[in-house]
Write a protein that binds this ligand. Structure first.
Ligand SMILES: NC(=O)c1ccc[n+]([C@@H]2O[C@H](COP(=O)([O-])OP(=O)(O)OC[C@H]3O[C@@H](n4cnc5c(N)ncnc54)[C@H](OP(=O)(O)O)[C@@H]3O)[C@@H](O)[C@H]2O)c1
Length: 351
C-alpha cells in the first residue's frame, strides 16, 4: 500500500526511516523485532550516514536525501526522527508525495507548523500521527480509563515533571535554538500531554522559565488551569534530574506514577477509604520503554484504513502545541524565523 489511507491487509507494513540519530536507531531496533513490520528504506542528509544505518539494521535501500525516500512508492509509512525544527519540512515532504507519516514529538516547532501538517494530511487522506508513545502505553491507557470512569472522582490536580541533569553543552541540539532546543519541547511535552490526556486543553496558562544564553529554556514550570477548577503543575528541566513522576488527585482519591511516568509499567491507585491498589503491566504489554506500542498502533490504523489514530488524535496534538506555544510566549522563547504571532504574542502595528 502506498496511497495514504487505503486499507491494508495483514501483509507486512513497509517502513521508511527519515534521519539516523538516537531515537531513529532505538525505534528501528524495535521495528525490526516486529514480525509484521519491514524496514525497507532509510534517508539521511548524507549518503554515508544512510548507508551505515542501513548496514547496521539490514535495510535494503539507503538514500542520501529525503526526497528520494518521500517518493519511494514501496513505503507504507515514514517515521520522521529529525530534530523538531525539521519536522515540518520532512513530514510535509512525505505527505506531499503521498506517504503516511509518524512524526516524533514535539510534533513541530509551533502550532502554525502543526496546523499545516494536519491540513496537508487531511486534504490528501494520508495517515499522520505524532509519536507520542506515552499515549500508546497500555498502562497509561488503563490509568486514563480509570480516571475517565471516575475511579478517583472529579480530577482536581495533576502534577508531572521531567528533568534531566545533563549537563548538555551549548553544542548539543537541546541547547540549539536552530534545532528547536530547550526543555519544554523535548521534555515538557510529556507532562503537558499527560495533563491534557486527562483534562483536555487548559483554559489558562501561567509559566516561568530560566533561559540559556542561547535563548532556549533550561527549565520551565507552568501552571495550567481549567474551568472545572482543576489545576496542573508541570515542570521540565535540562539542568536538574527531577523525580520524573506524576500524580493525579481527584475528589475521591489519587493515582501516583513512579519514576519515568511517561513510559511507566505501573501505578498505584489510592481510592478514599480503600487499601492502595497497584496496577502493573502484564506479560502481553512487553518490556518497559518499548516503542513497539506506537509502531503497532500505526500499523493497526493503517490496516484499518484510518487516517489518524484514536489513541493520538491530531486535534489532541494541536491542543498540546497551542499550550506549548502559550508557555513559550509567557517565558519569552522564540525560535529563529518565528514571528511574534506564532508564539501568541500580540503583533506590533506600526504607528
Ligand atoms: N520518543 C522518544 O522517546 C524520543 C526520544 C528522543 C528524542 N525524541 C525526538 O526525536 C527527535 C530526534 O531526537 P534525537 O535524540 O534522535 O536527536 P539526534 O540524536 O540529534 O538525531 C537527530 C537526527 O536528525 C538529523 N538531523 C540533525 N540535525 C538536523 C538538522 N539541523 N536538520 C535536519 N536533520 C537533522 C540527523 O540525522 P542525519 O544525519 O541522518 O540527517 C540526526 O542524527 C526530536 O524531535 C526528539 O524530541 C523522541
Amino acid at each position: 500500500m502506498s496511497e495514504g489511507g487505503a486499507a491494508m491487509t495483514e501483509q507486512s507494513v513497509r517502513w521508511g526511516i527519515l534521519a539516523t540519530g538516537g531515537i531513529a536507531a532505538a525505534f528501528t531496533a524495535d521495528l525490526v523485532d516486529l514480525p509484521d513490520a519491514e524496514v525497507v528504506a532509510v534517508a539521511s542528509r548524507t549518503e554515508a550516514s544512510a548507508t551505515a544505518f542501513a548496514e547496521r539494521f539490514g535495510i535494503p535501500r539507503a538514500y542520501g536525501d529525503w526526497d528520494a525516500l518521500a517518493r519511494d512508492e514501496d513505503i507504507d509509512v515514514v517515521y520522521v526522527a529529525t530534530p523538531h525544527s525539521a519536522h515540518r519540512a520532512a513530514a510535509g515532504l512525505c505527505l506531499e508525495a503521498g506517504r503516511n507519516v509518524l512524526c516524533e514529538k514535539a510534533f513541530t516547532l509551533n502550532t502554525r507548523e502543526a496546523e499545516e501538517l494536519v491540513a496537508l494530511s487531511r486534504a490528501r487522506g494520508s495517515f499522520l500521527m505524532e509519536a507520542m508513545w506515552m499515549y500508546c502505553n497500555p498502562v497509561i491507557r488503563r490509568l486514563a480509563d480509570l480516571v475517565l470512569d471516575g475511579a478517583i472522582g472529579e480530577v482536581r490536580n495533576v502534577q508531572a515533571d521531567f528533568g534531566l541533569a545533563g549537563p548538555f553543552p551549548p553544542s548539543h541540539r537541546l541547547r540549539d535554538p536552530e534545532q528547536g532546543g530547550g526543555a519544554l519541547l523535548d521534555l515538557g511535552v510529556y507532562p503537558v500531554s499527560f495533563a491534557q490526556l486527562l483534562l483536555g486543553e487548559p483554559a489558562d496558562i501561567a509559566a516561568r522559565a530560566v533561559l540559556s544564553d542561547e535563548g532556549v529554556d533550561l527549565q520551565t514550570g507552568a501552571l495550567l488551569s481549567w474551568e472545572s477548577g482543576a489545576l496542573a503543575s508541570v515542570h521540565c528541566s535540562l539542568i536538574g534530574g527531577t523525580a520524573t513522576t506524576a500524580s493525579v488527585t481527584g475528589s475521591q482519591g489519587r493515582i501516583d506514577i513512579p519514576y519515568g511516568f511517561f513510559h511507566t509499567d505501573s501505578f498505584v491507585l489510592h481510592r478514599d477509604g480503600r487499601d492502595p491498589e497497584e496496577f502493573t503491566a502484564g506479560p502481553a504489554d512487553g518490556p518497559r520503554g518499548s516503542l513497539k506500542h506506537e509502531a503497532r498502533e500505526v500499523m493497526r490504523a493503517l490496516r484499518a484504513g484510518e487516517t489518524e489514530s484514536p489513541l493520538v488524535p491530531l486535534d489532541g496534538t494541536l491542543a498540546v502545541m497551542r499550550t506549548l506555544d502559550a508557555i513559550r510566549d509567557r517565558v519569552g522563547v522564540r525560535y529563529p524565523g518565528e514571528s511574534p504571532r506564532e508564539t501568541g504574542e500580540p503583533e506590533l502595528t506600526p504607528a
